[in-house]
Every structure is written in C-alpha cells, then in structure tokens.
Ligand binder design. Structure first.
Ligand SMILES: Cc1cc2nc3c(=O)[nH]c(=O)nc-3n(C[C@H](O)[C@H](O)[C@H](O)COP(=O)(O)OP(=O)(O)OC[C@H]3O[C@@H](n4cnc5c(N)ncnc54)[C@H](O)[C@@H]3O)c2cc1C
Length: 124
C-alpha cells in the first residue's frame, strides 16, 4: 500500500518521487524500461542549473535515481504499467507482470507518464 505511485522514471517521475518521499509519503516509482527516460540519451545537458560545465544526461539521471534511494522510494523496473483502475476508493495500478498496487483513497496520488499526469483526487 502506497500513498503515491509514480509511473515512469524519467526526470519528471524521479523529481516527483523525490518530492513525495521527502514529504513523508510512502512512494513507489514504476518504470517500464530503465530509470532515466529520454534524458539518458542526452550527450550533454547545459540548461540544468548547478552544472556550469554541463553534465551528461546519463550522469544527471543517475544522480536523480540515487536521490530517490536516499529518501526510501521503492523503484520497480522493468515493469510496464498496462492498466489503471481509478474508479474505486482504492486505486489499482496493474503492471505487465500482473503486480497490483493499491493506493489508499484518502492519500494524495500521482500518475505520471511522459507529458500526461494526473493529480490524485477522488472522482477525477
Ligand atoms: C538526445 C536527447 C538530448 C536531449 N537534450 C536535452 C537537453 O540538453 N536539455 C533538456 O532540457 N532536455 C533535453 N532532452 C529532453 C529530455 O530528455 C526530456 O525533456 C526529458 O527526458 C522528459 O522527461 P520526462 O520524465 O517528462 O519523460 P521521459 O524522459 O520520456 O520519461 C518517461 C518515462 O516513463 C516510462 N514509461 C512510459 N510508459 C510507461 C508505462 N506504461 N509504465 C511504466 N513506465 C512507463 C518511460 O520508459 C520513461 O522512462 C534531450 C532528449 C534527447 C533524446
């Protein structure tokens, strides 16, 4: 049972996971391939503050993934999410491996895949 499930461990998902876990929420990130998303392919990222010499995408997302560990985020990969059941009080996230995540209805809930993200509120 988690308070927050983040779908996708690209930069957006890793950031969401870090923030949720830092807030004391039980957080899981489910990634269908490898953590890092498209940023892994960036040879150099020069528009991320704090790295004046630039940093490779792989290094940057590796640091982000390390930060999720620090705050106790459970990272599951490779485990593609194939279905969401958001209708009931308990939200169900199903993965390709048929694992099911149950999220308590009264908790904040986040789902994030690429540009789609939904803030978890009952009956959205
Ligand atoms: C070659 C290259 C160079 C780039 N250079 C820069 C740069 O210099 N500066 C910059 O700001 N941006 C750059 N970008 C863009 C940057 O990589 C993206 O903006 C960023 O990765 C978007 O992050 P995201 O988390 O929103 O999505 P993504 O990186 O796309 O991450 C989404 C994640 O969700 C996972 N996922 C998708 N569906 C599911 C599912 N059903 N179940 C589980 N997981 C799922 C995917 O596997 C992926 O890991 C570059 C991109 C590329 C390809």
């Amino acid at each position: 049972m988690y308070d927050v499930i983040v779908i996708g461990a690209g930069p957006a998902g890793l950031t969401a996971g870090i923030d949720a876990a830092r807030s004391g929420l039980r957080t899981s990130i489910i990634e269908g391939e490898m953590p890092g998303g498209r940023a892994v392919k960036a040879p150099v990222i020069e528009n991320f503050p704090g790295f004046p010499e630039g940093i490779t995408g792989a290094d940057l997302v590796s640091r982000m993934a390390e930060q999720t560990k620090k705050f106790g985020v459970e990272m599951r990969f490779p485990e593609k999410v194939i279905a969401l059941d958001l209708s009931g009080k308990t939200k169900i996230v199903s993965t390709k491996k048929a694992n099911i995540k149950l999220v308590h209805s009264s908790s904040p809930w986040v789902c994030m895949v690429r540009s789609f993200w939904f803030l978890g509120k009952p009956n959205f």
